[in-house]
Design a protein around this ligand. Sequence first.
Ligand SMILES: Nc1nc2c(ncn2[C@@H]2O[C@H](COP(=O)(O)OP(=O)(O)O)[C@@H](O)[C@H]2O)c(=O)[nH]1
Ligand SMILES: [Mg+2]
Length: 246
Amino acid sequence: MTEARPAIVVPCFDEAARLDAGEVAALARGADVVLVDDGSTDETRTRLASLSRELSNVRALCLDRNVGKAEAVRAGLLAAIDGGARVVGYADADFATSSRELLRLLSTLEERADLDVVLGSRVARLGASIDRRLARHVGGRVFATLASWTLSAPVYDTQCGAKWLRRTAALDAALARPFTTRWAFDVELLGRLLGRLGDGPSLPARRMLEVPLDAWRDAGGSKLGLGGQVRGAVEVAGLLVRARAR
Ligand SMILES: Nc1nc2c(ncn2[C@@H]2O[C@H](COP(=O)(O)OP(=O)(O)O)[C@@H](O)[C@H]2O)c(=O)[nH]1
Ligand SMILES: [Mg+2]
């Protein structure tokens, strides 16, 4: 039996206009792609159905109602694992992290048996093209600081929507229950994996690597908005209290 391919989940909420078929096709050359329609109200469901028909290694999972990115990603990851994937990932539908960068991160995890998690990190530096608006950058730094206190680990960027995870007992445990947060679920997932939130099997921080992205673009059309940023900060503060109370 051949080893199952890695699989990446792309949550889609009203993404009919933004989703780039070329990027999906490029991604599918390196991994199975699970497009999750999160109860969209536009033509997303039809778009995903035709993409999965036209492109090999692409499938669509349709949720009947909108459950939010956290639960849409969790449903997709569980479906990918159920399909036999030993390495799973997730990324935003706007391809702010390109398929090329996503596959580069995947190859890092595949080459490094000493790692179980690889995260894309938006570090502006010479030679990289990290196009982030100032307000989002500043909000992101505050968020990341709260997140690193919660995780007791020096994570620079929890919110970049580009992550790959090896299937481990810790991952199974981390995905077993719904997330309690909607906007800060990346932190909640890492907190579960690191054993800072929840009591399941965990991973030591040294099994995770943040890889600075060579390119990241603010694709526009974000559905997060200021309200989402504020709610995310409130949620991560709640996680911090929970992690400290243990
Ligand atoms: N905002 C939002 N995004 C969702 C939801 N469900 C799935 N998503 C997906 O989560 C990702 C969020 O990306 P985006 O809107 O660009 O947010 P940002 O890049 O963090 O500002 C996209 O792939 C969305 O389609 C939802 O209920 N609300
Ligand atoms: Mg985006």
